[in-house]
Design a binder for this molecule. Structure first.
Ligand code: NAP
Length: 377
């Protein structure tokens, strides 16, 4: 993957829309899961446990769970695949992946590289197709022992229900609604840079991107002004153009959601500091570019406050005390860090954001079965 980083990055930009530098970065991030998992495969240990009696030994073995199935989204067309495939292969499972319909090409390119690398036939299978039919076939087949899904909470819930038929293990990475907190004593420039990285990467189409930006009163005016300046400086355009930071949204549905969220906020009293409209860019691009946006005077009744926007819109919310800001449960916390995801750390959410963790040794556990052997001697 790293040998072909440029080719894969370009392919991803062309099919998904993110800027080329981000796409190349994703290839490196995606390859990191393969490298980490290959190393971790050597450390899948069993254990022996002290028995209460002298004539027994307690052995705990770890074995591959069996055939692993994966369903992945379009927003990270390479990394969401390798984050599942790497650990599954490390555990000793064969894998079949259904990529998102918007981004099958990056998935197929990864499959072709696996063939070139000499994977035995059938170990890694890429299967684009009709999502509901594929999921139905997998979950009604007792040979599929684990289904790892990344996508919307709605579909995740549906799959969880269907997994009951054969008690298929299920791992879910679902929607997020992450807050970004800025306290009065923050380093202003670092906070602005972190907010831009977290909010505007992939044009805001990231499950862990900041969906709400809470700013303490003492720094609010300065932060809002600097953030607005930085956001206005983000170059919008086709991802293949040099210097572009905000590419096209993935499809018309994504555009409609962003427009709906902004219109809803404005109708309930929010104000635009910058952006707030789609950009006409000429043939082929006209409908898919949304200006990077900052809105303020945001209140809890607005959709941006309780639904994932999945677009380049930063809603600012003022708060006064630390206690008000930290009453939240989150699977990942980036303290002074707008981009905490990395192959060696556990990635995952709490409550309706999912079940299980991907990355590091925790990711491999999802594909292992524990077998206990009581050995009489
Ligand atoms: P989605 O509609 O749930 O689609 C994701 C995947 O599920 C696609 O491969 C899709 O196939 C498939 N799918 C759709 N309906 C299905 C069904 N009824 N049964 C089985 N599979 C089905 O999600 P999306 O809206 O495209 O993706 C964005 C969502 O993913 C956001 O909510 C985002 O937060 C979440 N996400 C989460 C993470 C994470 O790590 N937690 C990472 C990235 C994205 P088709 O494309 O063929 O319809």
């Amino acid at each position: 993957m790293m040998r072909d980083q440029d080719r894969l990055g370009r392919l991803m930009t062309e099919e998904q829309g993110k800027p080329l530098a981000e796409a190349r970065g994703e290839i490196a991030y995606a390859a990191g899961f393969i490298e980490w998992s290959a190393e971790e495969a050597k450390r899948i240990y069993g254990e022996t446990v002290q028995a209460f009696v002298a004539n027994k030994r307690i052995l705990v073995l770890r074995q591959p769970i069996g055939v692993a199935a994966a369903i992945t989204p379009w927003n990270f067309p390479a990394a969401m695949i390798t984050r599942k495939v790497g650990p599954a292969l490390a555990a000793g499972c064969t894998v079949v992946v259904k990529p998102a319909s918007q981004t099958p090409l990056t998935a197929i390119a990864i499959g072709a590289l696996a063939m070139e690398a000499g994977f035995p036939a059938g170990v890694l299978n890429i299967l684009p197709g009709i999502a509901t039919e594929i999921a139905e076939a997998w979950l009604s087949d007792s040979r599929v022992r684990v289904l790892s899904f990344t996508g919307s909470t709605e579909v995740g819930k549906e799959l969880m229900t269907k997994a009951a038929e054969h008690v298929t293990r299920i791992s879910l990475e679902l929607g997020g609604h992450a807050p970004f907190l800025v306290f009065d004593d923050a380093d202003l420039e670092a906070a602005v840079a972190g907010a831009v990285d977290s909010k505007f990467r992939n044009a805001g189409q990231t499950c862990v991107c900041a969906n709400r930006v809470y700013v303490q009163s003492g720094i609010y005016d300065r932060f809002a002004a600097r953030l607005t300046e930085s956001v206005e400086a983000l170059k919008v355009g086709p991802g293949t153009e040099p210097g572009v930071k905000i590419g096209a949204l993935v499809d018309d549905r994504a555009m409609a959601k962003v427009e709906d969220h902004v219109a809803n906020a404005l109708s309930l009293g929010a104000k635009i500091r910058t952006g707030g409209r789609r950009l006409p860019q000429g043939d082929g691009y006209a409908d898919r570019f949304y200006a990077p946006t900052v809105i303020e005077d945001v209140t809890p009744d607005m959709k941006v406050s309780f639904e994932e926007t999945f677009g380049p819109v930063a809603p600012l919310i003022r708060f006064d005390t630390e206690e008000e800001a930290i009453r939240l449960d989150y699977g990942i916390v980036g303290a002074n860090d707008g981009l905490p995801s990395t192959p060696q750390a556990p990635f995952g959410g709490m409550k309706e954001s999912g079940i299980g963790r991907e990355g590091g040794k925790w990711g491999v556990e999802e594909y292992l079965e524990v077998k206990y052997v009581s050995w009489g001697i």
